[in-house]
Design a protein around this ligand. Sequence first.
Ligand code: FAD
Length: 488
Amino acid sequence: KPKAAVVGSGIAGIASALRLKAKGYEVEVFEQNNYTGGKLHSFRRGDYRFDYGPSLFTMPHLVDELFGLFDKSPESYFQYKRKESICNYFWEDGQRFQVKADKQKFIEEAAEAFDEPAKHLSDYLQSTQRKYELTSSLFLEKSLHKFSTYLSQDTVKAILNLNKLHLDDSLNEVNEKYFDHPKLVQLFNRFATYNGSSPYKTPGIMSMIPHLEMNYGAFIPKHGMHDISQSLTKLAREVGIDFHLGQKVDEILYENGRIKGLQINQEKKEFDLVVCNMDVYSAYSSLLKKATPPKKTLDQERSSSALIFYWGINKRFKDLDLHNILFTEDYSKEFDHLFNKKYFTDDPTVYINITVKDVEADAPEGSENWFVMVNAPTNCGQDWAAQTTYIREKVIAKINTCLGTQIENHIEVEHVETPESIEAATSSFQGSLYGTSSNNKFAAFLRHPNFSSKIKNLYFCGGSVHPGGGIPLCLLSAKIVSDLVPQA
Ligand code: FAD
């Protein structure tokens, strides 16, 4: 049987390993850390469990599909439930709003809360669905770097409807066209952060993102987010995929334009095919030093990063749910700081994720596990210790204003991650969460392809390559890789 190696056990690495195994390859995964999952892992502090990275889960069928490849029933490995209420929003002027999963309820309640004609909301949601349906098969499910993609009917349809895709307007401009109330514009602008971009720069086509959450739904795994990577790792081991943990790959080996294998700890290992799940920027600078890097692709702006406080809170807050947003007063200033000034604004938007709301075992009785995240600029050598101290104070002040509490008196456990530490733990260049940003209309075409055009049998998956970052897109990148790989 031909032998395939996967470099990195992020969600896309695990999914690629499973798909290659299903295609008949012998598969080995090499991971530098001593755990699988990459950004999608979990850790404990005291009596609290925390998910390290992702907290929002959409399109769970992409995970289920992987169990189906081996005729296993997904439910016996991985269970999840759909959230009835998607997110609680707070503003400092005292306004609060809960987004319900039921679309009609959302439209009625938002129309009332923001004094916005219901038609604006229903028209908007319809347009997000239309954008998604027109473009998903082109931008998300196929390689953009194969000629055949451009011959398909779907592509022709998308091209004929280009005017409906709002490629020349920013997301903010599109949202301002639909909504009168600035808070609704802000609420829908936030979706740009789902791929680490700015609503003032990312094209209006990104207004398809709310469709994923508001039409497909938002979900929470029964045992927390890390269960996505851990249940898939369990399946992978059962079907005979070897995981080598604590093994950092030093070089991808090739000869005469064809893959030869990997170099790990001075040792050469032969493989017929390699899938690289390491951030593609870091891969060119460390694993493929002799290859000519695709400069234009690698020069693309990175997506934003994050500063995260993981707090064990010895109190329960009934006004909070799984996902909570405490908005800044000045969103455009926040993004100007993130992408241009590269420092935090003095009034950042604060996201609080609390899994114990749905996963009882995650915190002791009467307590909550808070994942408190602020969007951060990428790591360009800022003084993160000083930035952390600065932003901690602002975050606490915002929480206290919005929730009427003294949160500093309830923090009994604390752990902090910065763009610098995220970069160190995951090898994501500059600590970006989602690879390159989508801050221009060509971003989708400038992402690195899922294969190398110079080295035969070298493939790429994960958040830094096509179709982009976030769990669903990473899973789709693995699917595209497996579609490109021949049957063993
Ligand atoms: P990664 O998770 O980046 O893993 C790559 C792996 O490769 C790592 O395990 C690394 O150790 C390994 N590796 C690198 N170099 C080597 C080497 N030389 N040898 C061996 N191994 C190597 N997404 C969502 O969908 N929803 C969210 O709510 C969300 N929130 C996020 C919040 C945070 C704080 C973070 C950090 C990310 C968030 N994301 C979210 C993004 C999501 O986590 C990523 O897009 C996705 O997990 C990336 O997966 P990946 O397959 O690209 O690999």
